[in-house]
Design a binder for this molecule. Sequence first.
Ligand SMILES: [Zn+2]
Ligand SMILES: [Zn+2]
Length: 148
Amino acid sequence: MGPLSPCIAGNVMTKLEGGCQCGAIRYEVSLDLMGSGACHCRSCQYSTGGGPNYVALVPTPGFKVTRGQPKTYVRPGGSGADVTRNFCGDCGTPLWSRGDLPFLPVKVGSFDDPSALEPGVHLWTNDAPPWHPIDPGRPAFPENPPRP
Ligand SMILES: [Zn+2]
Ligand SMILES: [Zn+2]
């Protein structure tokens, strides 16, 4: 995770939990996060209703759904590979995505406690609307960061 690893904000403890707004879907995280970030791409704007997607990067083996079955929506991501967006079919909360990466971007707002999950990097700033602020104190990439 070259470009993202310096962005991990402290040593975030393991065994984080989260889920959707209505409680139908629950998940738990059992491995340390690989980072956190904000994706400003157009698809994420649809998914959030306007802002970027704030996500924590959860190593795929450390992620487990403990209740319910999310609905999914598949479309090509920035790399051209399919990205599957998972969300609650009852309350509509965006939850996590699955793509061709060794981690799942899990929406920060779906964690029981999002307070420690400050984004360490900004992605796809090319797609951000001109009125949206981007933290000048964090690395920012016009599209995806280069892969290590
Ligand atoms: Zn729900
Ligand atoms: Zn995005």
